[in-house]
Ligand binder design. Structure first.
Ligand SMILES: [Zn+2]
Ligand SMILES: [Zn+2]
Length: 276
């Protein structure tokens, strides 16, 4: 029998992001059916200078996003705990913009992301065929942690989808280890994102060997599905929790009011409900 809900879906988008479907209510309802205590909405943040506009709400939609999540929270009181978050694109030059954006709203959870698959990133930093591409990505990820802007870093090895045939942790190990050492020194968490299984090389972000390096450094781990569709809420959480236990991690984290809360992996696993 399932235990009381203890885990949250920490990473979900809505139709405001342009490439996702579903209203906040659709996602919140799915979270309740999945045996989750709550759900965070982490839509892509508005960015300056037309940065990847097709993947995010516009600046003038931001207040409406916050109100939409707040009203959804009211609708689900007593059943699913709905919280507002944001997934922010990080590059060093955006720090002042991001700082103003994050402090201007009552966000409960802020994800920092580097998306090397965006054409704007490629235009600035080249392709995986060029020199230093992977090294530069992991430096950006470490800088995101060191910026102090974020609670958690999303999909930490997503750079692998840019060149799945060329990606290997072993080839990037010196940069990955240096990056994770820097992240560990900040106390910022790292996400274990189950949506990686949808794209080549078809494994979570990060892969198991990378995850071992995260866990071995005592970096807190947050599980999220990166749902762009309500049917994906909580997807792959059982497998992710089992893998965490296997690599020696017995706690999984989420943030409320930007403060970290830890839950036992066994307890989280027992609380989930299968759907469909
Ligand atoms: Zn992302
Ligand atoms: Zn996302």
């Amino acid at each position: 029998m399932s235990q009381a809900p203890v885990l949250y879906e920490t990473h979900a988008h809505t139709l405001l992001c342009g490439h996702a479907s579903g209203t906040p209510t659709d996602y919140a309802t799915a979270a309740g059916q999945r045996g989750l205590a709550g759900i965070f909405f982490t839509c892509h943040n508005p960015m300056p200078h037309g940065y990847s506009t097709e993947f995010r709400m516009a600046e003038h939609q931001y207040a409406g996003y916050l109100e939409w999540v707040a009203s959804t929270r009211c609708q689900h009181v007593g059943s699913v705990d709905v919280r507002v978050g944001l997934e922010c694109d990080y590059l060093p030059e955006f720090e002042p913009w991001l700082s103003r954006q994050i402090t201007s709203a009552p966000l409960e959870y802020v994800l920092g992301s580097v998306h090397p698959q965006y054409s704007e990133y490629g235009a600035r930093f080249g392709s995986p065929d060029g020199p230093g591409f992977f090294h530069r990505y992991f430096d950006h990820l470490a800088l995101a942690a060191e910026s102090g802007l974020f609670d958690c870093l999303a999909h930490p090895d997503i750079v692998k989808i840019v060149a799945p045939d060329r990606w290997s942790l072993e080839a990037c190990r010196p940069w990955v280890e240096a990056c994770l050492d820097r992240i560990a020194a900040t106390g910022v968490a790292v996400e274990y994102n189950t949506s990686g299984t949808l794209k080549a090389p078809f494994e979570e972000y990060p892969g198991v060997s990378f995850l071992r390096e995260v866990v071995g450094r005592g970096i807190p781990v947050v599980i999220g599905s990166d749902a762009h569709d309500p049917t994906r809420v909580g997807e792959g959480f059982e497998s992710a929790l089992s893998t965490l236990a296997r690599v020696g991690c017995n706690r999984v984290s989420y943030f409320l009011g930007r403060s970290r809360i830890d839950v036992g992996v066994d307890e989280a696993l027992a609380s989930l409900r299968a759907t469909g």
